[in-house]
Design a protein around this ligand. Sequence first.
Ligand SMILES: [Zn+2]
Length: 103
Amino acid sequence: MKKVKETVLFSVFIAEETIEREKSKAREIRRSRWWHQKCAQGVCFYCGSRVGPSNLTMDHVVPLIRGGRSIKNNLVPACKECNNNKKYLLPMEWEEYLKGRKE
Ligand SMILES: [Zn+2]
C-alpha cells in the first residue's frame, strides 16, 4: 500500500516538472518576434475582438495540465475575458461560449 502511494506522488512530481518546463518555454516564446507579430494586430484569437496588443495574453489552446505543450501551434493571443472564461469553464461550456461569440 505504501509503495503505491509513493509511485503516485512520484508521477505527480514529474508532471509538475513538465509543466514548469513548458511554462518557461512559453515565457521565451512570449519574447520572440513570432509572438510579437502574432499580437501586432491586437485581435483575440477566440472572439475576434480588437483589444490592442497590450491587452492580449498568451493562451495554450490545449492547456498544459491536459498535456498541451508550449509550441507555436498550441499558442494563441487571447483577450483577458476569453482567457478567464476558458480557465473557469468546462471544455463543453467553453465550446458553447465560442459558438456564441462567433454568431
Ligand atoms: Zn476574446
